[in-house]
Design a protein around this ligand. Structure first.
Ligand code: 57M
Length: 361
C-alpha cells in the first residue's frame, strides 16, 4: 500500500524513491510483522487463555506432553494477522501474486481455524473429519493453481524445472495444476504433522520463508534470473515481501512458542504456513527445490507414511517407536529442546543446500 501511495510522489519528494526497492520493502516488512506479532502475541494469548482455548490430549502421547495440557492453541491467529497486515502495508497491491498468496494463506488459515474451533470450543479432540478438511484444502488449492496459471496466461507457469539440470524443462500444460494442488495441499499437511514440539514447525518455516525471499527476488528480476538460468517470473519479486512478513511474524510467534511454549499455533497456523510455502514455491517456479528447503517437513511426513506402511505390511510391527519421527526421539529419551534444536540445524543445512542449486546447474 505504501508503495502504491508514496512511490508515485517520488517525482516531488525524492526520498519516496526508496519504496521502489523490493529489498528495502522486504526489510521493513520483516520488522513490521515482527513488531506486530510481539505486540499482538500477549493480547491474543491472554484472550485464548481466558476463553480456555486449549486442546485436550488424545491420551496416547509421550508422557512429557501431559504437562502441556492447558497450553493455549490457535496462536496462528496472530501470525496471520501480523504477516497479512505487513504484506498489505509494504507490497505492491496491484500485483496479482500478492492477492493469490494472501488468499491461499488466509483461506487455509480459515480451515485450520474451523478445525481448532471444533477441537477447543466443541471439545472434540479429533477436530473436523479428515475428509472435509481435505476437500476444503483441495478447493483452495485448485483456485490457487488456476489463478497462478492464469496470472501469466500460462507462459511459463505450467513449466517444471529441475534443480542441478539447467536444460531440463518439462511443460506439463494443464496437468501442472494437478502438481500445484499436490504441492500446496502436501506442504500444508506436512507442516501440520511437524507441529508437535515447541518451535518445531515455527523455526523451519521461518528458515524456509527466509530462503524463499531470495528465490522470489531472483525469479522476479530479469537480470538475476537470466544470469542464474532460472525461469523469470515477472512480478514474483513482490513475494519476497510476503516471505519477509512471514519471517518476522514467525520469529515474533517463536518468542512465545519457544520451549517451554506459552502458546501453540494450532491448525490455523500450521495449515496456513504450509499452504503459503507451497504456493510461493509454485509461483516462483521452484517446486522441486521446496522439497529440499522444506526437507524437514518431508522427513516428518515420510516417517508417518513408512510407519503406517510397515505396520500394515508386518501386521502390527512398528518401524519407529512413534511417528512422526520427533516422537520417536522423545521416546528414545532425548530431551525436547535437544530434538527441537537438532531439527532446526537439519533445516538450516537443507536450506543452504537448496540455495546452492542456484549455482550448481
Ligand atoms: C498435528 N498435533 C499435535 C497444537 C498444534 C496420521 C497421524 C500421523 C496424524 C498425526 C496428527 O494428528 N498430526 C496433527 C499434531 C498437538 O499440537 C496441536 O496441534 C496443532 C497443529 N495441528 O499447534 O495445537 C500436540 O503437539 C504438541 N505440541 C507441542 N508444541 C507445539 O508448539 O508440544 C504442538 C505444538 C500438542 C502438544 O502436545 O497437544 C499432536 O501431536 O497431537 N498424529 C500424530 O502425530 C500422532 N501419531 C500417531 O498416532 N502415530 C502412530 C501412527 C498413526 C503413525 C504411530 O506411530 O504408530 C501423535 N499425536 C499425538 N500424540 N497427539 C502421537 C502422540
Amino acid at each position: 500500500m505504501l508503495y502504491n501511495l508514496l512511490y508515485p510522489l517520488s517525482e516531488y519528494i525524492s526520498i519516496f524513491n526508496v519504496f521502489k526497492y523490493i529489498t528495502f520493502r522486504t526489510a521493513y516488512a520483516i520488522l513490521t510483522s515482527l513488531a506486530l506479532s510481539l505486540y499482538l502475541g500477549p493480547v491474543v494469548i491472554e484472550k485464548l487463555r481466558s476463553l480456555q482455548l486449549s486442546q485436550k490430549t488424545k491420551g496416547y502421547e509421550p508422557e512429557t506432553h501431559k504437562a502441556k495440557e492447558g497450553t493455549p492453541t490457535m496462536g496462528g491467529i496472530f501470525i496471520i494477522l501480523s504477516a497479512a497486515i505487513s504484506t498489505i502495508l509494504w507490497a505492491d497491491l496491484k500485483n496479482p501474486y500478492v492477492w493469490i498468496i494472501l488468499f491461499a494463506f488466509a483461506g487455509t488459515g480459515m480451515i485450520g481455524f474451523y478445525d481448532d474451533y471444533i477441537k477447543t470450543v466443541k471439545k472434540n479432540p479429533e477436530g473436523i473429519s479428515p475428509k472435509l478438511k481435505f476437500t476444503l484444502q483441495l478447493v483452495i488449492a485448485i483456485i490457487v493453481a488456476f489463478s497462478v496459471i492464469y496470472a501469466d496466461r500460462g507462459a511459463n507457469s505450467t513449466k517444471l524445472t529441475f534443480p542441478f539440470f539447467k536444460n531440463l524443462i518439462v511443460d506439463l500444460s494443464y496437468f501442472y495444476a494437478v502438481l500445484a494442488v499436490f504441492i500446496i495441499v502436501g506442504a500444508s499437511n506436512a507442516v501440520n504433522l511437524t507441529d508437535g514440539l515447541d518451535g518445531l514447525a515455527t523455526m523451519p518455516s521461518v528458515i524456509a520463508f527466509g530462503t524463499f525471499i531470495i528465490f522470489a527476488y531472483v525469479a522476479g528480476n530479469v537480470k538475476f534470473a537470466n544470469y542464474l538460468q532460472i525461469i523469470y517470473v515477472p512480478g514474483a519479486g513482490e513475494l519476497a515481501i510476503f516471505c519477509g512478513s512471514l519471517v518476522g511474524a514467525g520469529l515474533g510467534f517463536l518468542w512465545f512458542n519457544a520451549y517451554p511454549a506459552s502458546v501453540f499455533m494450532g491448525d490455523v497456523g500450521s495449515l496456513s504456513l504450509g499452504a503459503a510455502l507451497g504456493t510461493v514455491a509454485v509461483i516462483v517456479k521452484q517446486e522441486i527445490v521446496l522439497a529440499i528447503v522444506g526437507g524437514l517437513f518431508v522427513i516428518e511426513t515420510v516417517s508417518v507414511i513408512l510407519q503406517v506402511g510397515f505396520f500394515k505390511a508386518t501386521k502390527g510391527k512398528r518401524l519407529f517407536r512413534m511417528a512422526p519421527i520427533h516422537h520417536h526421539f522423545e521416546l528414545k529419551g532425548w530431551q525436547e529442546p535437544k530434538i527441537i534444536v537438532r531439527f532446526w540445524i537439519v533445516s538450516l543445512v537443507l536450506a543452504l543446500i537448496a540455495l546452492s542449486t542456484l549455482k550448481l546447474r
